[in-house]
Design a protein around this ligand. Structure first.
Ligand code: ADP
Ligand code: ZN
Length: 533
């Protein structure tokens, strides 16, 4: 109703001030709240820390009836409800940890219309008893709205996939007049499309906030010795000094590696703890609590450590292995600097990471379509890792956001030198072809450098015309050339054959001399932790 709009606006401003204690809305909050209050379906894409909760909590208080909030994380649900109760809001959750008494109380309160926000796990939403409760609520005080938090859990391509999310639309379809608001901090185009499709939000307006996190500095290093490099990074810290005593997260690809690296950091005097999905749940929640409560805890984790971590003063997020996608990387690094103070996202990566990720994709049983999507995501990640221009710009472009060079990433602070590497690229490609596309980077480089190793001798590769043609460049530079050619899909490491390099179609024009190759030159001291002067 047009005529009732101004009243709603006033109500929203009052609730913002009186209940939440905020002086003004942030970013798109006002528009989003108004739309939801007016009863429209809405999709909200906002980075972590952007203020998503208010977008459904406030309308829940302005609209009559109970707001149903679907949330995948029980721990998070608990925290949200506690926080709301402290503000005097009538909030409750209903999940597998609820006792029979608690469940009865929730049911009674919903029927009596004395609850404003009810948090439920997705599996609960689908239970007949809950559906009956919803029917009762609709017939009574009404249902204010459905909020679907962490909406990216609907995406089968993401690692947070929750099958129950695919059925949420069935439930909300029973209540056609009730507005729905889906929220997430993941915003790549594919996930967005899936949210609209699978939650059946075709007509919903989409609000996309800037995903830029200007206080996070992005730095990538060539990996030679991950542990030593990590230690150097931690000791040197950011411009302001060492990260000793600062809270941070170190992401690893495997559980075993979290143990190794956390042990290593403890030996070096850091308060480090390992975290992965294979630990007993008590150990995991103990680690989370220590991270949240104590100062200067470094959690060395797999990607299992993440969703719902809302510690504001995380000063660094380090990746000692290459993540498999940019959206994962963005989410993980986004846990740094939520307080707005300077923070660093640091990563060490090397060719072995690419081989490993490709082999994960090959071994995954998701079928060819899944593998194709995963390969595309990995390619985007590699493009970032090998970037010669502003990393933030690349990252934001991935989320369809345009920006200029940021001045706060390694490539902005120390622009890499570019060089015409057409001839070296031709040498590499021809060495790969002449050795039969059967060998990894190490052997190909030995051939280029003219090293008479046993392997070279036994394959008689010292007789090839390419033997020794690369002695003009150091080994590290050759590694860098190969990595960049892999990142550009000119070369492809075959995970089924220990990373044997093969050429792709993109290699032809380079070999034929009709295409030039401009690459990033290694900086003088690549392993050094960069800091601005
Ligand atoms: P998200 O869920 O997007 O990660 P939250 O909803 O947890 O973010 O909000 C992040 C922080 O911002 C919280 O501490 C919240 O209280 C605060 N916040 C949200 N909206 C406002 C606002 N309009 N004014 C001031 N602080 C806000
Ligand atoms: Zn930059």
């Amino acid at each position: 109703l047009e005529g009732s709009e101004p009243q709603h606006e006033d109500a929203a401003a009052c609730v913002l001030h009186d209940v939440f204690g905020f002086g003004s809305f942030r970013g798109a909050q006002r528009e989003i709240v108004d739309r939801v209050v007016a009863g429209h379906d809405t999709v909200v894409l906002m980075p972590t820390g952007g203020g998503k909760s208010l977008c459904y909590q406030l309308p829940a208080l302005v609209r009559p009836g109970v707001a149903v909030v679907v949330s995948p994380l029980i721990a998070l649900m608990h925290d949200q409800v506690e926080a709301l109760r402290l503000l005097g809001v009538r909030a409750a959750f209903w999940n597998s940890t609820s006792s029979a008494e608690e469940s009865d109380a929730v049911r009674r309160d919903v029927r009596d219309g004395t609850i404003d926000l009810l948090y439920v796990a997705p599996e609960r939403l689908l239970m007949p008893s809950f559906l009956r409760l919803l029917d009762d609520a609709a017939a009574g005080a009404g249902i204010a709205l459905f909020a679907i938090d962490e909406a990216h859990c609907v995406s089968q391509w993401g690692h947070d996939f929750r099958p129950e999310y695919l059925r949420i639309a069935e439930v909300t379809a029973r209540f056609p007049g009730v507005p729905r608001i889906a929220l997430t901090a993941t915003a790549d185009a594919l996930t967005r499309r899936e949210i609209h499709e699978r939650l059946r939000l075709d007509g919903a307006a989409e609000f996309v906030s800037s995903f830029d996190r200007p206080n996070i500095r992005y730095v990538v290093e060539e990996k030679s010795d991950a542990r030593a490099q990590l230690l150097r990074f931690l000791e040197q810290g950011n411009d302001g000094g060492t990260f000793r005593g600062s809270a941070g997260i170190v992401y690893c690809q495997s559980r075993k590696r979290t143990d190794e690296i956390s042990t290593f950091l403890r030996q070096k005097g850091f308060d480090a703890i390992a975290y992965h999905a294979g630990l007993p749940s008590e150990a995991r929640s103990a680690a989370q609590q220590r991270f949240r409560r104590d100062e200067g805890v470094v959690v060395v984790a797999t990607i299992a450590f993440g969703m719902g971590i809302d510690k504001p003063d995380v000063r660094f997020v380090a990746h000692v292995d290459l993540p498999k996608s940019l959206e994962g990387y963005y989410q993980e690094t986004g846990r740094a600097g939520r307080d707005g103070e300077p923070a660093v996202a640091w990563m060490a990566y090397g060719l072995a990471d690419v081989v490993q990720q490709r082999s994960f994709i090959r071994q995954s049983d998701g079928g060819p379509e899944h593998q194709r999507v995963d390969s595309m995501k990995l390619d985007a990640m590699l493009g970032y890792a090998e970037a010669a221009t502003c990393r933030r710009r690349l990252l934001l472009a991935y989320f369809d956001e345009e920006s200029g060079p940021c001045g706060n990433c390694d490539t902005c602070l120390e622009p890499p030198q570019l060089w015409d590497a057409t001839v070296p690229a031709q040498k590499v490609l021809s060495a790969v072809v002449r050795t039969g596309q059967r060998f990894g980077a190490g052997h190909v480089i030995d051939v280029l450098l003219g090293k008479r190793t046993d392997k070279v001798a036994s394959w008689e590769h010292d007789r090839l015309p390419t033997f020794g043609v690369g002695s003009d460049l150091p080994e590290r530079e050759w590694r860098s050339v190969i990595r960049q050619l892999v990142a550009r899909s000119v070369l492809s490491p075959d995970p089924g054959r220990m990373g044997a390099l093969t050429i792709t179609e993109a290699a032809r024009p380079i070999l034929d001399g009709v295409e030039t190759v401009e690459l990033r030159r290694l900086s003088a001291a690549p392993a050094r932790n960069r800091s601005s002067s």
